[in-house]
Design a protein around this ligand. Structure first.
Ligand code: CP
Ligand code: NVA
Length: 311
């Protein structure tokens, strides 16, 4: 796998082999870190971390991943730089590309992260946009691999807002690497048909399945049940409407039982609104794996930086 110089904007741009390769590299870096061994592959590299939206895990993962490998991270919050106020995305990209060796962006528009990549001339990593959250999927895959020893052939069901960044990115990632994927959501919140069609092609190639349904029976045989907040960042005004729509789609004991498998796990990208998308009971029962998943953000994000920018 050679990803040197590549940006990481959406999993659509990566092959199954490359996605699996990043997960393997993350597992190696994690094992080393547990032995107290960190690297030097980002020595002398300066990395800009642009955040239009708040973040705990992603920000900390980029910061620690970068420092562990000898690089220098610089946090640029939405009120700290001219981006979006006085300066265009293109010009910001040109300036940052002259000073930094890599740029992380979290914010609203996918077009912003794509413009940054186009004009900066350095690798750009998507730390979440309204459309996609690709680094999260690598952490989810590492966690699944730790739990089940494999990825291909597993079944994962995403429950909730089936057209948000997590549903979109899980759908791309799972269908590409051969994880059977399903979305359980009310029809109003199904993903865009164009993306679904593309993912059906990926699934065909990988020999996996893709199902979208409003009926809870699709969780049958799931190895993992995954959920996310009902209102993503920037959609706070939709809270009442979403609660009304998604209340029947809460991940609770009854839903977990429908998998029919004792070994099924629960995953959540976090932050969680307990009592909404998941009950306190289910969250607590799977807290160990959910916080492994959160820790794995760091190892997988480090792997992305090392693979695309490391020496
Ligand atoms: N899962 C995730 O992206 O968390 P943060 O919003 O805290 O970065
Ligand atoms: N869908 C959520 C993911 C948070 C990590 C959001 O965009 O707010």
């Amino acid at each position: 796998m050679n990803l040197k110089g590549r940006s990481f904007l959406t999993l659509k741009d990566f092959s199954a082999e490359e996605i699996n390769g990043l997960v393997e590299l993350a597992a190696e870096l994690k094992a080393k870190k547990k032995q107290g061994i960190t690297g030097n592959s980002l020595k002398g590299k300066n990395i800009a971390l642009i955040f239009e939206k708040p973040s705990t895990r992603t920000r900390c993962a980029f910061t620690i991943g970068c420092v562990d490998e000898g690089g220098h991270p610089e946090y640029l919050g939405k009120d700290d730089i001219q981006l979006g106020h006085k300066e265009s995305v293109e010009d910001t990209a040109r300036v940052l590309g002259r000073m930094f060796d890599g740029i992380e962006f979290r914010g609203f528009h996918q077009s912003t992260v794509e413009t940054l990549a186009k004009y900066s001339g350095v690798p750009v990593w998507n730390g979440l946009t309204d459309e996609y959250h690709p680094t999260q999927i690598l952490a989810d895959f590492l966690t699944l691999k730790e739990q089940f020893g494999k990825l291909k052939g597993l079944k994962l069901v995403f429950v909730g807002d089936g057209r948000n960044n997590m549903a979109n990115s899980l759908m791309i990632g799972c269908t590409k690497i051969g994880v059977d994927f399903a979305i359980l959501a009310p029809e109003e919140l199904w993903p865009e048909e164009e993306l679904v069609s593309l993912c059906r092609e990926y699934a065909k190639e990988a020999g996996s399945s893709l199902t979208i349904s409003a009926k809870a029976d699709i969780v049958k045989d799931a190895d993992a049940v995954y959920t996310d907040v009902w209102c993503s960042m920037g959609e706070e005004d939709k809270a009442a409407e979403r609660v009304a729509l998604l209340r029947p789609y809460q991940v609770n004991q009854e839903l977990m039982q429908k998998t029919g498998k004792d070994a099924s796990i629960f995953l959540h990208c976090l932050p969680a609104v307990k009592g909404n998308e998941v009950t306190e009971e289910i969250f607590d029962r799977f807290a160990d794996v959910v916080f492994d998943e959160a820790e794995n953000r760091m190892h997988t994000i480090k792997a992305v930086m090392v693979a695309t920018l490391g020496e």
